[in-house]
Design a protein around this ligand. Structure first.
Ligand code: ADP
Ligand code: MG
Length: 302
């Protein structure tokens, strides 16, 4: 597997504010990564450091195999970390021509990228007449002009209406399907779940989880059960080796597992102890519940 970016023990302090603390993760070619975390968790700081616009305090990062200078490596990176800004009185096409000129890119790329973001019909409209969603799409087209290895986006759907959000997400998926690696920062779990294959969860500058989006919800799950004698039910459950915790909730007993246990195994076990269940459901925490669990404050000082 080809590595695009490696971040090791990256820390950042703004004066006394610790924005990042020992952040480590890596990005492999061809995947879509989300940096997910609430506002202020350090997402933009992380992107700013690897894009060389924010100075790190300590730690390291390297682009590609580490043998190219950051300055040269960044020529293969397309990034949008601020609100899109183009010349308002110039058309979409004229703005992109200017970018091509500055970066020595062939004009032939313009049509391809405008088509990709669905702005070909509007190429002759002035930038000032564009909606925020169209401005964002033009920024994506611009960042892709030189066919970068990786596209970096900071909160790409912030401030857009539902239709605009949908369009941007579809475009991101389309770009990913063409093989471009993507790294996007978002505070929206839903967005990361819909768009990304991998996720780094940040809270207060620290990595809480890093891995596949599917893996984030792949816990053992829990059962919801009840019988006409829940006390007897619980006393039997306490000694089962697969059970980590038992909780009461609205007349139901919730059983959290520490190792795999099927519904029929549980049912059979209880039956052998003379417990007849009136209710048995196996549930898994939604990704949202997992995320809230991961990011809730565990440190009483916070
Ligand atoms: P996010 O993008 O996840 O919302 P940021 O990286 O913008 O988080 O911010 C992380 C922390 O660093 C926050 O506490 C924020 O207030 C602080 N911070 C960010 N930029 C600056 C700055 N230029 N000066 C001082 N503090 C900053
Ligand atoms: Mg931010």
């Amino acid at each position: 597997m080809e590595t695009i970016l490696t971040i090791q023990n990256l820390s950042k302090k703004y004066g006394r504010i610790q924005a990042l603390k020992n952040v480590s993760f890596s990005i492999q070619k061809g995947h879509v990564y989300g940096i997910l975390g609430p506002n202020g968790s350090g997402k933009s700081t992380t992107l700013g450091i690897v894009l060389n616009v924010v100075n790190k305090t300590s730690g390291d990062y390297k682009w590609f195999d580490g043998n190219v200078q950051t300055h040269d490596a960044l020529k293969k990176v397309g990034a949008i970390i601020e609100r899109p800004n183009f010349y308002p009185y110039m058309t979409a096409e004229e703005n992109l021509k200017l970018v091509c000129k500055i970066k020595s890119i062939n004009y032939s790329k313009i049509e391809e990228k405008l088509n990709l973001v669905g702005l070909m019909e509007r190429k002759d409209s002035r930038f000032s007449t564009f909606s925020l969603g169209m401005k964002q799409r033009l920024a994506i087209a611009s960042a892709l002009l030189n066919d970068p290895e990786i596209l970096i986006l900071d909160e790409p759907t912030n401030g857009l209406d539902p239709q605009g959000i949908h369009q941007i997400r579809d475009i991101i998926k389309e770009i990913a399907s063409q093989g471009t690696t993507i790294l996007l920062a978002s505070h929206l779990l839903d967005e990361v779940e819909k768009v990304c294959s991998h996720v780094v969860v940040l809270r207060k500058g620290e990595v809480l989880y890093s891995g596949s989006v599917d893996g984030m919800s792949a816990n053992e799950g829990f059962f919801e059960v009840s019988s006409n004698d829940n006390l007897a039910l619980k006393s039997v459950l306490y000694n089962h080796p697969s059970i980590a915790e038992i909780k009461d909730e609205d007349g139901k007993v919730l059983i959290y597992l520490k190792s795999e246990l099927s519904a029929s195994e549980l049912n059979q076990f209880l039956f052998s102890k003379n417990i007849i269940l009136s209710h048995l459901v196996k549930r898994k925490n939604s990704l949202e519940a997992q995320f809230l669990e991961l990011t809730k404050n565990t440190n009483p000082k916070n």
